[in-house]
Design a protein around this ligand. Structure first.
Ligand code: SAM
Ligand code: DTB
Ligand code: SF4
Length: 322
């Protein structure tokens, strides 16, 4: 692969205007994918896809009302609630993920924000997983500055906190916290020198303008999130979004391509929704610049693409890491 020197690469900008982003989203498919793949090659090896494995370390009974979520106490969903897991069980799951080829272990908790009484254990979990030589990521809800600092000290690498949709559409999806709350947590995470993982969900009744606005907010943050998960809604029966219509698969590819163009140096993760995607659609997402996935039988509470299928797919596409 030939490397252009840095001055020839697409510059990392933080001043995208909404029209530019809409133009990209609306451009012809081939033009968009070519542009995204060209930029991707300036920054990344196009034949490498990073693998993160998820574990839900605390399940259900969440006070929040996020309309997509199986773990809100407000909706009648099939999941079985579970208190915060023991350090040993989390570390054992992380060991298994490492043996399977993951390089990052992402732990989620169904909290509005972590409680004081749980925090010491959370820090022990970070230390235990980090000691295995894995990258660590947590998503625990809102954090204050002190909590973010303590996580950093314990060895946390990434904090995931998604904006999920546009500021305008957010109140249709969540009423128990605000978009500003999300942005404040992101600022606390950044100030603690943690890497930021922040993205959204497609398929929650948003307009093209909402998608553009979400991408604009992400790209115009003072620093781009190092990792940008693009989720397709997994409709969960019992939630308000349990039976919404699936999006046009090409819209997923387009959003990934635009995320790649706007945030050229960030990892763009093809996240929830892979279980219902064909191999060919996933290959298009990688061509559009996705370079990371969630790998493992389960996401948080729902099924993920099968590990054996991922191995075969990577083999067929010439990605060598599993
Ligand atoms: N409670 C924390 C929070 O809300 O930030 C962490 C866990 S929460 C489940 C993490 C993220 O998972 C959400 O922000 C959302 O982007 C994603 N997510 C949850 N349910 C989903 C679903 N049904 N389909 C797609 N993504 C989902
Ligand atoms: C992210 O953006 N997606 C992941 C992770 N970050 C925490 C979660 C997807 C959850 C899908 C629904 C579920 O399994 O409950
Ligand atoms: Fe709770 Fe997070 Fe689910 Fe919202 S997304 S209901 S905060 S677990």
């Amino acid at each position: 692969m030939t490397h252009k020197n840095l001055s020839e690469q697409a510059t990392v900008r933080h001043d995208w205007d909404i029209e530019e982003i809409l133009d990209l989203l609306n451009s012809s498919f081939n033009d968009l994918i070519f542009k995204a793949q060209s930029i991707h090659r300036d920054y990344f090896n196009p034949n490498e896809v990073q693998l993160s494995t998820l574990l839900n370390i605390k399940t259900g009974t969440c006070s929040e009302d996020c309309a997509y979520c199986s773990q809100s106490a407000r909706y009648n969903t099939e999941i079985k609630s579970q208190a915060l897991m023991d350090v040993e069980s989390v570390v054992a799951a992380a060991e298994q993920a490492k043996a399977n080829g993951a390089t990052r272990f992402c732990m989620g908790a169904a909290w509005r924000s972590p409680k004081q009484r749980d925090f010491a254990k959370v820090l022990e979990i970070v230390k235990g997983v980090k000691a295995l030589g894995l990258e660590t990521c947590m998503t625990l809800g809102m954090l204050n500055a002190e909590q973010a600092d303590l996580l950093k000290e314990a060895g946390l690498d990434y904090y995931n906190h998604n904006l999920d949709t546009s500021a305008a559409h957010y109140s249709q999806i969540v009423s128990t916290h605000s978009y500003k709350d999300r942005l404040d947590t992101l600022a606390n995470v950044r100030a603690a020198d943690l890497k930021v993982c922040c993205g959204g969900i497609l398929g929650m009744g948003e307009t093209l303008g909402d998608r553009a606005a979400l991408l604009q907010t992400l790209a115009n943050l003072p620093a781009h999130p190092e990792s940008v998960p693009i989720n397709q809604l997994v409709p969960v029966p019992g939630t308000p979004l349990g039976d919404v219509q699936e999006i046009d698969p090409f819209d997923m590819v387009r959003c990934i391509a635009v995320a790649r163009i706007l945030m050229p140096a960030s990892d763009i993760r093809l996240s929830a929704g892979r279980a219902s995607m064909s191999d060919e659609l996933q290959a298009l997402c990688f061509l559009a610049g996705a370079n990371s996935i969630f790998y493992g039988e389960k996401l948080l509470t729902t099924g993920n693409a099968a590990v054996e299928n991922d191995r075969q797919l990577f083999n067929r596409l010439g990605f060598n890491n599993i």
